[in-house]
Write a protein that binds this ligand. Sequence first.
Ligand code: SF4
Length: 332
Amino acid sequence: MKLFTAVYHEPGIFNYPLGRKLKKDFADLPWHEIKSHNRIEEMTQRPNSDFPKMKRFLIIGTRKTHRYTENHKISDYLVPFTSSGCTAMCLYCYLVCNYNKCAYLRLFVNREDMMERLIKNSKKGAVPQTFEIGSNSDLVLENMITNNLEWVIPAFAREGRGQITFPTKFASVKPLLGLDHQGKSIFRMSVNPQEIIDHIELGTSPLHQRIQAVNDMCEAGYPVGILIAPIILNDGWKEKYMNLIDQLADGLTEKAKKSITIEMIFMTYSFVQNAINKEAFPEAPDLYDNQSMSGGGRGKYRYRKELRLEAEPVLTDYVRLRLPEARLVYVC
Ligand code: SF4
């Protein structure tokens, strides 16, 4: 099955080499001109039940806003980069909170502008910084379409200061293994129990392939990390997540286990996601449970404090037991 069924593009994209390349690569699809990738009238008017169909549209434009946001977790800044949205359909995807049902993949062809800014910003400041370039999309998935990472990683290694980092749920890392990265790109894999991948992280890579990808990237010399995220506290969570941690301990190489960082993030869910999922995936598991979740403001739901207080020590203690050399960076 083809990944995309149609392309929607801003008129100016053909002024960029990537825009012209994409035109050739997807010449067999219908192309529709749009004024701006930000608001496509035809999309906003579609019903929520069209969400899976809309995920098969490819939107191409240029990025106009480039404001870096300070971040205090694994990186120092979140960088608006070469794409937003994604073709996968994780039922909790936070991008749906930002883009609603328009969380389809948007590619921004002015990558040279973004790269120039990134290199320039990396040289500011008294000490080297870490820049999160994949907070708005999945760059490993995007790389399958644009090859952007294959260009960004060596370019940052050559000219950038500090490090760049990106998380993914995709295992297609083969094109990245031979790149000259100089240890300046941190690869982070997001994992969940296979049962959750099957029913909730629709369209992403299976767990065993994700673990293999971490091993391969580590072997290729990249700094690597694992995100156990988002942790979903539905029925049987204790067994499911302890089993996942066992699978990591058994499946990661000794080298990876010695050097990985671990981030653990509990799921937040929202009214918007719930409304779309109910209509777009009526058969899917319901992620909202009013017994275990409460409102955290602005239509967001979080797990109740008592449940968090029960789950957090169980899972962090087990991570420390099974992956004693890994560095647990934060739990949130
Ligand atoms: Fe969202 Fe990431 Fe899932 Fe894509 S892979 S749908 S960006 S959570």
